[in-house]
Ligand binder design. Structure first.
Ligand code: SF4
Ligand code: SF4
Length: 208
């Protein structure tokens, strides 16, 4: 268990709803859910998930902290906004789902092998290096994220698209040597550091 997660467990004891309300984006809306099931019925992918948004909100209220934060359901949300458009209580369901995924990640409880979670980490690692996404490196790391042989197979499968992009100058192999970045790289890193400090302060404030 990470130090932060242990502090949150200690802080909120068995009141997971309160923890969500205080720390998850739009989490204060969860208590407004009346369990009508409209979101579950409207979600185009809900049937393929372990838990629909309706069930996730019920689990939050029932204090099923580990089951919620370990779930891959929040990572499957495609932000289609069907649920938000139809919820009779006006819950910002999409934002809560992403907020829960983000919170699970911060607590070190997000499912390690979930593809969206893995890709989100790759995207972030790529972006923070220079302040701009290096698409070539990101594409390659995506192909190889499930191992070397899987990466080779995917690369071969995608080779025609890659060659087409090279031909039409939509991709440059020179990006492998470094690639573009923002002009003020030091300022960008300073901004990230400040944001991290503010976030740490906010979290430690909520664990006092
Ligand atoms: S549609 Fe809204 S009120 Fe109904 S179950 Fe979903 S979140 Fe709750
Ligand atoms: S926004 Fe996410 S949770 Fe809502 S209906 Fe679309 S995929 Fe489902």
């Amino acid at each position: 268990m990470t130090e932060l997660n242990a502090a949150m467990v200690e802080r909120y004891r068995s009141n997971f709803l309160k923890e969500v309300e205080a720390n998850v984006e739009e989490g204060e809306w969860v208590k407004m859910c009346m369990q009508c099931g409209v979101c579950a019925g409207s979600c185009p992918l809900g049937n393929a998930w372990e838990h629909t948004p309706q069930k996730i909100f019920m689990m939050v209220r029932a204090g099923e902290r580990e089951a919620v934060l370990n779930s891959d359901a929040m990572w499957m949300c495609t932000s289609c906004y069907n649920c938000i458009a139809r919820c009779p209580r006006g819950l910002p369901i999409t934002h809560i789902m992403h907020g829960l995924a983000h919170y699970a990640k911060r607590m070190g409880l997000a499912p390690k092998e979930q593809p969206t979670a893995k890709f989100a980490q790759l995207f972030w690692d790529n972006l923070v290096k220079k302040g701009r996404v290096n698409e070539l490196k990101l594409g390659i790391s995506l192909y190889f994220m499930n191992g070397f042989s899987e990466g080779i197979k995917t690369s071969l499968k995608m080779k025609d698209i890659g060659l087409g992009m090279l031909k039409t100058k939509r991709m440059s192999p020179m990006e492998m040597l470094g690639g573009h970045g923002v002009k003020d790289s030091a300022g960008f890193q300073k901004m990230l550091k400040k944001a991290q400090e503010l976030e740490d302060k906010r979290i430690s404030g909520s664990t006092d």
